[in-house]
Ligand binder design. Structure first.
Ligand code: SAM
Length: 187
C-alpha cells in the first residue's frame, strides 16, 4: 500500500513536518513546530488510493498528498531544502529511477536532514543505490533494526518460499552532507 509508512508516522506520532516522496519517501521534522506531512507518489492513481485511505482514517496529523515524480523539477522544487526526514520503501528496483530518486532526496532534504530507505537487496539494487548516494550523504546500512522484524525473518527463513534477496527489508540511513556536490545540486 503506497504511503502506508507515512500514514503510520502520521498516526503514531506528532511529527512537526513529514514529506513523503515517491509515494513512499517521507519526511519528518525534528523541531517541534506545526505538523506537516506530505505523502507523494509519481503515479496519480496511487495518490488517489492514498486519498481514499486517508478519508477512511482519522489521524492525529492530517497528511496532504501530491503527485511527485522523482527528478521532475516543478514537482520537486516546492520541497527544496525543506525536508528533515524522508522515508522511502521498496523503491530501489526501478533501474531507471535510482539516479533521479537520489537527486530528489538531495534536493528536498535540508543539510543534515536524513533519509530512511528500506528495501530488499534485490540483486544488488540496494547496494547500487548506496553507491550513487555516497557523494552526497553519509551512508549507513542496518540489518537488525527491529526485534519483531528480526524474529519474523528468523521464522520465515525456514519457509522454502522465503528469499532473503527479495523479501528481507534492509535499512539504509542517509545523512545529507554539506559539501560542494550538494551545494551545486539541481533536482
Ligand atoms: C513497490 S512500490 C512501493 C510502495 C510503497 N513503498 C509501499 O509501502 O507500499 C514503488 C512505488 O514507486 C513509485 N515510483 C516509481 N517510479 C517513480 C518515480 N520516477 N517517481 C515517483 N514515484 C515512482 C511507484 O508509483 C510505486 O508506487
Amino acid at each position: 500500500m503506497t504511503c502506508l509508512a507515512g500514514m503510520m508516522v502520521a498516526a503514531s506520532g506528532v511529527p512537526s513536518r513529514v514529506v513523503l516522496t515517491d509515494g513512499n519517501a517521507l519526511s519528518v521534522a525534528a523541531s517541534g513546530v506545526p505538523s506537516r506531512v506530505v505523502l507523494t507518489d509519481g503515479n496519480a492513481l496511487s495518490v488517489s488510493n492514498v486519498n481514499t485511505a486517508l478519508q477512511h482514517n482519522t489521524l492525529p496529523v492530517q497528511p496532504s498528498t501530491r503527485v511527485l515524480r522523482w527528478g521532475v523539477e516543478e514537482e520537486v522544487a516546492p520541497y527544496r531544502d525543506k525536508v528533515d526526514v524522508a522515508m522511502c520503501a521498496d523503491c530501489l528496483f526501478f533501474d531507471e529511477g535510482r539516479e533521479s530518486l537520489v537527486r530528489t532526496l538531495v534536493s528536498v532534504l535540508r543539510v543534515g536532514g536524513k533519509a530512511l530507505v528500506v528495501a530488499p537487496a534485490r540483486s544488488g539494487t540496494f547496494h547500487s543505490f548506496a553507491t550513487l548516494c555516497r557523494p552526497y550523504f553519509t551512508v549507513s546500512m542496518v540489518t537488525e533494526y527491529d526485534r519483531v522484524v528480526h524474529q519474523h525473518v528468523n521464522k520465515c527463513s525456514r519457509d522454502p518460499h522465503y528469499s532473503e534477496n527479495l523479501h528481507f527489508p534492509l535499512l539504509m540511513i542517509l545523512h545529507k552532507l554539506n559539501n560542494n556536490n550538494n551545494n551545486n545540486h539541481n533536482n
